[in-house]
Design a protein around this ligand. Structure first.
Ligand SMILES: *Cc1c(COP(=O)(O)O)cnc(C)c1O
Length: 366
């Protein structure tokens, strides 16, 4: 079976984890501190704060930006649930803005329509491993005095005009979940250039205790990362560029083989972007001979895994529909949800696997 995702774990990760286990110091300690240093250096930001999931990173970032009940956050409906849930964890209102067909990311024109006097932050997602249209969103943030929290959970190592993912907001959140481009099972990172934001995130992950006095200054959570997870993440971080280069090479081979098949739309890369293909998502349009879901089924019969990210835009989940959202509210997101199909692109995929995927899709499409 060619799997849709697979963590690549080498002897280095196993060795690093064993050392931590043998040391008997498992909780947040020197490995977490080292990971924070290296992660910030990699992203080109001044600070990184390790937490125990991407969701915790988003939540901490929103807290540090001062998002509170009564505030509104504008985000995309075409993302993983965590993006919107984190907003609600701070008691704020989720306001969706539709996406663009070109990059599956939030459409700046739609964002502007959703800004009210309650809007506090814009929360764009670098979906599938490609940075959102930063310049236009940033212009809005400046004009309306809003903060930006970049959900970079899928985009470590991606860049736009030479700036790496994580550098496109006041604060950014990464995930180190098992299926991400680099991982440690469960984990997350907040990055920022603002010392105060970094300090607030450190308090927030440790029950609201200030680092100096250990006095509780505000409500916080236990969002600490273990040294065990950090030791694995440090080894993965050393390999991130190699992993991403393999993903990019795999994506290029896939696109070369699929681009002229009727009813298949291959992913586009925006100007100035390095896309790191956390997902390689094609679109199967009505012009294709069989439906998207039928194709997924045929691929499975040929031992090829695939995935639909995301089958439903967030506003069509029951929880959000109860808030008043309806089918038809975000037509582009809804159309993309009905057409996208992610194909295996991870570093464990070989050129021969890719040729097999291409031939199979061509067989059912022509
Ligand atoms: C994975 C992911 C998250 C959440 O990360 P966890 O580590 O699973 O909590 C948030 N947003 C996006 C876009 C993601 O892909």
């Amino acid at each position: 079976m060619i799997h849709i995702s697979k963590p690549i774990i080498g002897d280095e990760e196993i060795q690093a984890a064993s050392e931590v286990l043998r040391s008997g110091m498992l909780a947040q300690g020197s490995k977490v501190a080292l990971l924070e240093e290296r992660f910030a250096e990699y992203c080109g930001t001044k600070y990184a704060v390790a937490v125990n999931s991407g969701t915790a990173a988003l939540h901490s970032g929103l807290y540090a930006l001062g998002v509170r009940p009564g505030d509104e956050a504008v985000t995309t409906p075409f993302t993983f649930l965590a993006t919107a849930n984190a907003i609600m964890m701070q008691g704020a209102k989720v306001v969706f803005a539709d996406i663009s067909e070109e990059d599956f990311n939030i459409d700046p024109t739609e964002v502007e329509k959703k800004i009210t006097d309650k809007t506090k932050v814009i929360l764009p997602v670098d979906l599938y491993g490609q940075v959102y249209r930063h310049e236009e969103v940033d212009a809005l943030a400046k004009r309306y005095h809003l903060n930006i929290l970049e959900d970079a959970c899928q985009s470590i190592g991606a860049s736009q005009n030479g700036v790496k993912a994580g550098g496109f907001g006041d604060v950014a959140a990464f995930s180190l979940y098992a299926t991400k481009n680099i991982m440690c099972g469960e984990g997350g990172m907040v990055v920022t250039n603002d010392a105060e934001i970094a300090e607030k995130c450190k308090m927030f992950r440790h029950h609201g205790q200030s680092g100096e006095s250990h006095e509780c200054e505000d409500l916080g959570y236990n969002y600490r990362m273990t040294d065990l997870a950090a030791a694995i993440a440090i080894e993965q971080l050393k390999k991130v560029d190699t992993f991403n280069q393999k993903r990019i090479a795999n994506a290029t081979r896939l696109s070369d083989g699929l681009k002229d098949i009727r009813g298949v739309v291959v992913p586009k890369r925006g100007d100035g972007n390095i896309h790191v293909f956390h997902q390689y998502a094609i679109r199967i349009t009505p012009e294709f001979k069989i439906s998207r879901d039928e194709l997924a089924e045929r691929l499975r019969e040929k031992e090829i895994g695939s995935g639909v990210y995301y089958r439903k835009p967030l506003h069509l989940h029951p929880y959000f529909m109860n808030m008043g959202y309806r089918a038809g509210d975000f037509p582009v997101a809804e159309k993309m949800a009905s057409e996208v199909l992610s194909l295996p692109v991870h570093p464990g995929i070989e050129p021969s696997d890719i040729d097999h995927i291409i031939e199979t899709i061509r067989h059912y499409g022509e």
